[in-house]
Design a protein around this ligand. Structure first.
Ligand code: NAD
Length: 250
């Protein structure tokens, strides 16, 4: 078992929202956090927030759907810190229009960011984890995976997040012999820039389907991610955990 202070984490899409809250929470445990985002300014802002709190953080700028960017990020982290012990695959984008109106380019793009990005980061991070016989991978899916979208995002979004859930189970099986756990969190309605632009009508429709009549704060999702990333969660793998205010009830 590795202590928090001995570990390096990579959190993708950590320039804002759930990713930023997770990066800050992991850093508060003593973990060195590589803050990935496609947006260098927001990634740098998260790094500075962590450093202001006396935490350890470095920027790791790049597009998770781009093999070259992902390889470069992991090469740098391998060279500087010996590799990643905790990988949080959080970066994601949403599409809201009906399936009928989705172009081929939009379909390819959302699958590339939300699903291929997870595949690329897992395969690059797993070498070091397997070598040391320890690793924690936490993927961010969504309850849209179970609803076929239609809740926060559309069908393409739901399909990409269902892919993340399946990838989580398969990767858990493949990497278990190497001491690596792979789990997913399925957030429900969470208060982040992704959901800020929502109309009142949509907000009320979503709240009507929840037992707890409010959105989650990003920290409430980050707390579950941090538990799954912790040394103490070693007997949980291949699991997907709903954090959805009682929206799904399964
Ligand atoms: N907010 C919700 O209600 C909710 C619900 C369920 C699941 N989720 C999932 O949680 C994750 C975080 O959501 P959020 O609400 O914080 O979103 P957000 O839009 O507020 O933040 C996402 C971050 O990912 C970054 N990003 C986007 N594309 C990227 C790429 N190709 N490479 C690297 N970074 C990229 C963005 O720049 C942004 O900083 C996403 O995967 C989302 O699908 C969110």
């Amino acid at each position: 078992m590795k202590r928090w202070e001995e570990q390096t984490a990579l959190v993708t899409g950590a320039g804002r929202g759930i990713g930023r809250a997770t990066a800050i929470m992991l850093a508060s445990k003593g973990v060195r956090v590589a803050v990935n985002d496609i947006n260098p300014d927001t990634a740098q802002a998260t790094v500075e927030m962590i450093q202001t709190r006396n935490g350890k953080a470095v920027p790791a700028i790049g597009d998770v759907s781009n093999e070259h960017d992902v390889a470069q990020i992991h090469q740098t982290l391998n060279a500087q810190y010996g590799g990643v012990d905790i990988l949080v695959n959080n970066a994601g984008i949403i599409l809201k229009q009906p399936l009928q109106d989705v172009t081929e380019h939009e379909w390819d793009h959302i699958l590339a960011v939300n699903l291929k990005g997870v595949f690329l980061n897992i395969t690059h991070a797993s070498h070091h984890m397997a070598e040391q016989g320890y690793g924690r991978i936490v993927n961010i899916s969504s309850i849209a995976a179970k609803h076929g979208g239609g809740y926060l995002g559309n069908v393409a979004y739901g399909a990409s997040k269902a892919g993340v859930a399946s990838l989580t189970r398969g990767a858990a099986r493949e990497y278990a012999p190497n001491g690596i756990t792979v789990n997913a969190v399925m957030p429900g309605f969470t208060h982040t820039p992704m959901t800020d632009a929502m109309s009142n009508e949509t907000r009320n429709r979503i709240l009507a389907g929840m037992l707890i009549k409010r959105s989650a704060e990003p920290e409430e999702i980050a707390r579950v991610i941090t538990f799954l990333a912790s040394p103490e969660s070693g007997f949980i793998t291949g699991e997907t955990i709903d954090v959805d205010g009682g929206a799904t009830l399964d």
